[in-house]
Design a protein around this ligand. Structure first.
Ligand SMILES: Cc1cc2nc3c(=O)[nH]c(=O)nc-3n(C[C@H](O)[C@H](O)[C@H](O)COP(=O)(O)OP(=O)(O)OC[C@H]3O[C@@H](n4cnc5c(N)ncnc54)[C@H](O)[C@@H]3O)c2cc1C
Length: 390
């Protein structure tokens, strides 16, 4: 018998399954593909507080504290490194954007410094072009290996008793008299009193029939990964208008992303070379060339690196760029954690804790009032212009 079915084994669902299992719940973690098959594998995997919306900053700060000991806690690999985040101003026009960011987030209590001297920027990141004019510097930001982290969560959850069912698709959440009763999948029916929807861009396939769809757009991001290079870049690099971002992984590979692009709508599903079943989205040559041009301008060594992999990722973007994290007021036993809008990787450890709190008591000490689904009924669902920050 299962107490809680968690739909989706990205970082949000895997962390939720782990936290729920720690608290003694009998958990089934379901994914139509493999763990980290979608956004949590496609991601840049920056673990950052800088550039966050004020409503998300407390969660990001709590998450960063948790990331420090996460590999030990999970007894697994995360490759988390606290190497900082530099957000660059490349032109005179971008300098005030960075100045404003530093002023606002410093006032909110974040350790964020404005660097206006090329030598200061070079001292934290010698690989950055000396044509950059200014930067914000957050030394407590960092990055991690996304697939390794999700797998570590899954394995830790399994050791605590979570049952994993991968390659199984949730088709419907069943309800009776306003209560969740289980999930119908393409392999049968799983009864349970609680269901967590952490299914990223596909979450609305399950919520729509219940009248609870989260307003979403699904933009695309192009990602390039190079072959291993000598380590030259410690921090994660972002830019003022978020049209590119990147970092060097612990294995020396550059992992670099575009800004938000329009998704062409195609997605292929099938086994990859390593036997994993996960979807693939292909970017255009034009966007690959643009990523090389833009990131190569700020980190010149990137242009000479050899290409290893190219892919595109999709983003579950809400109108205000903030997630939905709540215990549903409409259906007893339903918890929603989706719509992370391109920055949910860092939050994963805290998302897991919040979801477990909500399943257990419907309350949490974390400040999640800004993340209700009903805000879109009140404030409307017009999409604000948003950018993806590295
Ligand atoms: C290119 C890119 C760069 C990013 N950069 C950053 C960054 O630097 N920092 C950061 O914090 N965030 C970043 N993000 C965002 C971050 O990666 C996501 O917000 C986060 O991974 C979302 O995790 P999730 O578990 O909510 O969703 P996902 O990882 O998408 O997981 C959802 C899972 O649900 C499964 N699923 C869906 N429907 C069903 C169903 N019906 N039945 C069973 N399973 C189902 C899917 O197979 C999938 O595995 C980036 C995202 C992208 C794409």
């Amino acid at each position: 018998m299962t107490d809680v079915i968690v739909v989706g084994a990205g970082i949000s669902g895997a962390a939720s399954a782990y936290e729920l299992s720690r608290r003694g719940f009998k958990v089934t973690l379901l994914d139509r593909y493999s763990p980290a098959a979608m956004a949590s594998g496609w991601t840049l995997a920056g673990v950052r507080q800088s550039g966050r919306h004020p409503a998300e900053l407390p969660l990001a700060t709590a998450a960063v504290e948790r990331w420090i000991g996460l590999a030990g806690e999970l007894d697994g690999e995360t490759s988390y490194r606290r190497n900082g985040n530099l957000r660059l101003a490349r032109t005179v026009d971008e300098v005030p954007v960075i100045q404003k960011l530093v002023a606002e987030q410093s006032a909110a209590g974040l350790e964020l410094t404005l660097l206006t001297d090329t030598a200061d920027i070079a001292s934290v990141a010698p690989a950055v072009s000396d044509r950059v004019m200014a930067a914000s510097w957050c030394p407590t930001d960092g990055s991690a290996d996304p697939k390794a982290t999700v797998l570590s969560y899954v394995q830790a959850a399994q050791r605590l008793g979570t049952v994993t069912r991968f390659g199984e698709r949730a088709l419907r959440i069943e309800t009776a008299s306003g209560r969740v009763t289980g999930v119908a999948t393409d392999k049968g029916f799983i009864p349970a009193d609680h269901v967590v929807v952490s299914a990223g861009i596909f979450g609305n396939d399950l919520l729509d029939p219940l009248g609870l769809a989260v307003p979403l757009q699904v933009p695309m991001v192009t990602v390039l990964r190079s072959a291993a290079q000598a380590p030259t870049l410690g921090p994660v690099i972002g830019v003022a208008n978020a049209d590119c971002a990147g970092r060097q992984e612990v294995n020396g590979r550059f992992r670099v992303t575009s800004g938000l692009e329009t998704w062409h709508g195609d997605m292929e599903s099938g086994p990859r070379d390593n036997g994993e079943i996960r979807p693939a989205v292909r970017p255009s040559m034009n966007s690959v060339a643009e990523v090389v041009r833009l990131f190569g301008t700020v980190v010149p060594a990137f242009k000479d690196a050899r290409i290893d992999e190219v892919w595109a990722g999709l983003i579950d973007l809400t109108p205000d760029g903030l997630p939905v994290i709540e215990a549903s007021a409409d259906f007893e036993g339903l918890t929603i954690a989706m719509g992370f809008s391109g920055h949910g990787f860092c939050l994963g450890p805290v998302t897991g804790t919040i979801v477990a709190d909500l399943v257990e008591t419907k309350r949490t000490a974390m400040p999640i009032t800004p993340f209700t689904l009903s805000r879109f009924r009140r404030q409307g669902a017009a999409f604000e212009p948003l950018a993806l920050h590295g």
